[in-house]
Design a protein around this ligand. Structure first.
Ligand code: NAD
Length: 426
């Protein structure tokens, strides 16, 4: 095996892109009165793997990319987390995302630890054949350390169901048996789960509607604004609309649209299917993306990028409820402002956990060789999300904490309990 393990795993505290998640972790660890030793264990990744991916361009030229896989924690089960193809991928970023996955899987009570992987490359410059060769080499390098009981990758930025199919095929060829459970997010034809495509947006809507009921906000009276109209944002918009809410604002990288009478969500979906983006959409007044975030609405869903809520933007947010479809959209400074203004925030590790939850269902279905109907998937998804959201709310109420701190508290407590039951093997 050419895979090289780092000789010393750096503490995750050193990882710069990662400050916000650590800040949230520490707040919950303080609430749990977590001792120093356990904090040290939980802020160090179990395993970081770095390797070279040599490959041949269609032109015949040779190139070498760098691949990563970080298996952050295994206390509750196999590592779980996506694979990112992006020019900005670094070991630090992958470690940060694997740390995050550890809490996300724990907060919804999935039998997984946390992991993440990536290749530093620009997929926009790669042909489909080149992507396939990179993916197969990436998978081959990891054959010994991934598997349904070891580490189960999934799609992330710029990796698709097709990429997962190549990964699964390469792994299966190496181990000489069909192993669909080695990755999730596969096409339906080769062991994917029904409901996976909509799952994250559906989860956002499930969490939002439950919190709205808690706040006494009826769906038919609620106005919703959503930043981002990709996989998460568009399905969240559709499902809010289907539940009778009025979606008043939507946006994507090309611009934002506001219509106090309600956006025609299906029209916007058709527009993006036809043209790729919302550019030229006629269903609302054109505003800036910042204006969208501070526009009049009851529920605001960031579903695009990290760190969109700076202190300045947070102080102008008018929504009563923020549901974090994106990962890490709120800086700790903005979070403090939301707290002071009484804006309720459903944190990312809970609000966007619908995707990984249906990935768990996919893994379970693959292992059984028996596949559920979409209604069954959706019903189980709702059950997982609501039972854990309500557990978080109970912690928040009893400890006078925010939902975010309560979510980290629940997740950390679950990982700590599993770690202590297993003990430290030495
Ligand atoms: P996507 O690429 O499908 O969509 C992203 C959307 O954001 C696009 O509409 C894009 O135009 C828009 N966008 C980009 N820059 C923007 C900007 N400056 N202003 C406004 N909009 C902008 O991605 P996605 O899968 O929908 O993921 C969105 C977020 O949700 C990411 O943070 C991702 O990590 C997180 N997330 C996704 C999933 C999932 O299952 N897809 C699961 C958990 C978390």
């Amino acid at each position: 095996m050419t895979t090289a393990l780092r000789e010393t795993a750096p503490s995750v505290r050193d990882v710069s892109v990662f400050g916000d998640a650590i800040a949230y972790f520490n707040e919950a660890a303080d609430l749990l009165e977590l001792d120093g030793g356990m904090r040290r264990i939980l802020t160090h990744p179990s395993r970081q793997i770095i390797f070279s991916i040599p490959f041949q361009r269609d032109s015949g030229e040779f190139e070498v990319y760098t691949g990563y896989r970080v298996q952050y924690n295994f206390a509750r089960g196999p590592a779980k987390g996506g694979i990112r193809y992006h020019p900005g991928v670094t070991l630090d970023e992958v470690t940060a995302l694997a740390f995050w996955m550890t809490w996300k899987c724990a907060v919804v009570d999935l039998p997984f630890g946390g992991g993440k992987g990536g290749v530093t490359c620009d997929p926009a410059t790669l042909s489909s054949n080149e992507l396939e060769r990179i993916t197969r080499r990436y998978a081959a390098e990891l054959v010994e350390v991934v598997g349904p009981d070891k580490d189960v990758p999934a799609p992330d930025v710029n990796t698709t169901p097709q990429v997962m199919a190549w990964f699964m095929d390469t792994y299966s060829m190496h181990v000489r048996q069909n192993m669909p459970g080695v990755v999730t997010g596969k096409p339906l034809e080769i062991g994917g789960s029904r409901g996976r495509v909509e799952a994250t947006g559906r989860g956002v809507t499930i969490c939002a509607l439950d919190e709205m009921a808690e706040m006494g906000l009826r769906p038919e009276e609620a106005t919703i604004a959503i930043q981002g109209f990709g996989n998460v944002g568009r399905y969240a918009a559709k499902l809010f609309k289907d539940r009778g809410c009025k979606v008043v604002g939507i946006s994507d990288v090309t611009g934002a649209y506001y219509n106090e009478q309600g956006i025609n969500v299906y029209g916007a979906m058709e527009h993006t299917s036809k043209f790729g983006t919302l550019e030229g959409f006629k269903g609302g007044d054109r505003i800036t993306n910042t204006e969208l975030l501070t526009s009049p609405c009851d529920v605001l869903v960031p579903a695009a990028l990290e760190k969109v809520f700076t202190a300045e933007i947070a102080s102008k947010v008018q929504a009563k409820l923020l549901v974090e479809g994106a990962n890490g959209p709120t800086t700790p400074e903005a979070d403090r402002i939301f707290r002071e203004k009484g804006i309720v925030v459903i944190p990312d590790i809970m609000a966007n956990a619908g995707g990984v939850t249906v990935s768990y269902f996919e893994w379970a279905q693959d292992r059984m060789g028996y596949f559920w109907k979409e209604a069954e998937v959706n019903e189980k998804l709702e059950d997982f999300l609501l039972s854990n959201l309500r557990a978080i709310r109970a912690i928040a109420n009893s400890r006078h904490a925010t939902l975010r701190t309560a979510a980290y508290t629940l997740a950390i407590d679950r990982v700590v309990k599993a770690s202590l039951l297993r003990g430290i093997y030495a």
